[in-house]
Design a protein around this ligand. Sequence first.
Ligand code: F6R
Length: 241
Amino acid sequence: MRIFVTKNYQELSYKAADIVEDYLKNSSAVLGLATGSTPMGLYRELISRYENNGLSFQNVQTINLDEYIGLDRNHLQSYHTFMRENFFSHIDIPSHQTHIPNGLAEPLDVECSRYEKLINEIGPPDVQVLGIGENGHIGFNEPGSKFSSETHVIQLASSTRKANARFFDSVDQVPTHAITMGIKSILKSRQILLLASGTKKAAAIKRLLDGGIDEKFPASALLQHSDVVLIADREAWSEVS
Ligand code: F6R
């Protein structure tokens, strides 16, 4: 694992954008993307480079990690909406080249197989951007998820629903289930770019680096991948001795 510790979130976002931009030199790059607060600075920086430095996404394909089950793609809190509002609608990527699981599909197991097939056909991603949950989840692979899992339906941990309640009016409105790329699907990516910002992530980063490989801590699966780059800001790094 290569590790960069940055002085703040802005520097973390620049560093992550530099890495992603390198892949975009190959115009047909495949990017694995995440939602949540952590990659927002990265997306802002990539948008700025598109607007000011001629960075283009015209031939890029994107594959997102996950989507809530039961939310229409136009729901304010769906990950389709998140990606459209925070990234896709600000760059020149054709929408048919962006891929996110369909949380309203029926039956869901067919959607999971379709998505895994898509990852294998279009991908695997050259680089997969990941955040980390306070409980060590990656994608929505909660503690106890099998490292051999491919795209599947998962029941969200109550701690995850609470953490994500900040985007909804109340925790009751946070969906109980999601479709997520599995840990095996994530590990297919050629490179993994794990981003961690803020003191809330400090314990998870310490656990990742000190705790060994264990399905109770999903992010520890990344220790089995040969090309992981961790970018943590000083706050997220603060518990590492
Ligand atoms: C998002 C995702 C999640 C988040 C994680 C951290 O697509 O799959 O694993 O990366 O919950 O979320 P934030 O960045 O909001 O702290």
